[in-house]
Design a protein around this ligand. Structure first.
Ligand SMILES: [Mg+2]
Length: 262
């Protein structure tokens, strides 16, 4: 079976409240069948049916132990996913931003008004991927780049997501791009383990349409409804005042609690 390239949720499965962050169970459903083309898009979860994920400590918080020849047990340290903070981002909060259904929606089916068409080679055949930009994405990224250290983190494959991001992020807002191989595969989901970034978690946020992506760190999340093609969508525009507030926070947990009304 062809491996999926784009990690997407299915339109009919998504019910996430941006106000409360509450996710209906249907949002975590596994897309049913993966024929040869569906397999390119789907597979947010594994093939053996829906399994709502259960919060667990991130694997990187579990001891990685190795016994040396002399019998000494030593703790292994994984390399951080992010490089050192650049000079212009010192003191800024790090925001991890998802791609599919957060900033864009992509399809292998032709879209007449596509913003980009990106060729992607899959098993020796070149396929055209049609990409729609979410309304206000340009304004959103420009401001986010001024306020935060921005990191693209997608569960899709680099051969699709990298050229899409080249076209989307012409101002170079994203300091680093992380792809599927940087995710942790946990209970059939690609999870973005923020503790592996190499940033202070009190100064780290994640913006993602899929709650399964941040199941290890739900308290760092700014939820956003999935976007497919609604030209009247204004989520990104409406989120900017929220991020303006958050950019001033010494502790994102405290500020997010305040914003949630706790
Ligand atoms: Mg997504």
């Amino acid at each position: 079976m062809e491996s999926s390239v784009i990690t997407q949720v299915q339109k009919e499965d998504v019910q996430v409240s941006p106000k409360t962050g509450q996710v209906s169970r249907s949002a975590l459903k596994q897309p049913r069948s993966c024929n040869i083309f569906k397999a390119l898009f789907c597979c947010l979860q594994a093939q053996d049916g829906p399994k709502p994920p259960t919060p667990l400590p991130p694997p990187s918080q579990q001891a990685l132990l190795e016994t040396q020849e002399n019998g000494t047990v030593v703790k292994q340290h994984e390399a951080d996913l992010l490089p050192e903070v650049e000079a212009q981002d010192q003191g800024k909060i790090c925001v991890v931003i998802d791609l599919d259904e957060t900033l864009v929606h992509s399809s292998f089916k032709p879209i007449s008004n596509a913003d980009f068409i990106v060729p992607v080679e899959i098993e020796g055949t070149t396929h055209q991927v049609y990409v729609l930009k979410r309304p206000y994405v340009d304004e959103f990224l420009q401001r986010m780049g001024e306020l935060f250290e921005c990191v693209l983190f997608t569960a899709s494959l680099a051969k699709y997501a990298d050229p899409v991001t080249d076209l989307l992020d012409q101002c170079g807002v994203f300091r680093t791009r992380l792809f599927r191989e940087s995710c942790v595969f946990h209970q059939g989901c690609y999870v973005k383990d923020l503790s592996r970034l190499g940033r202070d978690l009190h100064k780290t946020l994640i913006l993602d349409n899929s709650p399964a992506s941040y199941i290890f760190h739900p308290n760092n999340a700014v939820p956003v409804v999935s976007w497919f093609d609604d030209v009247d969508d204004a989520e990104l525009l409406n989120l900017l005042p929220v991020f303006e507030e958050l950019s001033q926070a010494d502790n994102v947990y405290t500020r997010l609690d305040q914003l949630r009304g706790h």
